[in-house]
Design a binder for this molecule. Sequence first.
Ligand SMILES: [Mg+2]
Length: 377
Amino acid sequence: MTTTPDTIRHVRLSTATLPLATPISDAKVFTGRQRPMTEVVFLFAEIRTEQGHEGLGFSYSKRAGGPAQFAHAAEVAEPAIGEDPSDIAKIYTKLLWAGASVGRSGVATQALAAIDIALYDLKAKRASLPLAKLLGAHRDSVRTYNTSGGFLHAGVEEIKDRATASLEAGIGGIKMKVGLPDTREDLRRVSAVREHLGADVPLMVDANQQWDRATALRMGRRLEEFDLVWIEEPLDAYDAEGHADLTRRLDTPIATGEMLSSVAEHVHLIEARACDIIQPDAPRVGGITNFLRLAALADHAGLELAPHFAMEIHLHLAACYPREPWVEHFDWLDPLFNERLETRDGRMIVPDRPGLGVTLSEQARAWTTDSVEFGRS
Ligand SMILES: [Mg+2]
């Protein structure tokens, strides 16, 4: 049997603003570096081929950067028209060079991520396979933990209640934020939550880059007694040397990587042995093409994996990592999509729908603020 090569006929880029029910604060807000987060801005790419196959991908930004991601994608996307949608790396490289003047990291690659992810979604749908199966999965479900209940704007009682609700919903672990100006208050909150959960529930903490090296080491030592799964972003995201030092000196595993926006930056972390658990974010590093590149290097270096945010994408990618990973459960994006991911017995189930297994909701269309189209509709 032979197949006829397909070509990309139409690309639609759109941007939508998702409002959050409650303003969100982590340590970056308490140290005065950022304002509470009230919305997340998305860049969607919808791609259609001559043979009628379709793909959906997205990128996102918090607090600022959404208009820049949309503008950059709109500037460089046109050369994708007429390409074979299966040649994802070729298309990615072509669009990357179209915008190379502004770099191969940050906003430039995040703009391309939506297109890259849409091409993978399309390829998997064309093969009638879930994305994880197209890539080659190690498992049909992934351990999952909840973050959205443990922010710093929430009091301990609220965190405990939301943790209980998460566990009852089949989510396996609980992450809470630390990094308050008063470190003793951090320890009191972690102690109260650990006591509430008991010894057997996996618990993680996330300092969102707000400790200096001395505080991180001191806090890391005091946190050892709580048997944490990991301490996340104890230091500035670009302090690979400091993270490496903590990784050597503490028994509790160190996790970081969510803020990095290129393969090269992740390679620096990996080569410095800066963490035990690497936390790449596919939309932030430029899509699935780049995620797979750095995941291969991380596995080779013996690191564990816990991708950041965007569970709709990362569930599939985590399912393909050789070492048992974690995926972060955030229900914030639920209003954007018609489908829901299932959690059971502490794990998130890879959907059996083709591709990513999500379609844009009417609400996502209603929240759309701008769009641009290329090719023939
Ligand atoms: Mg984090």
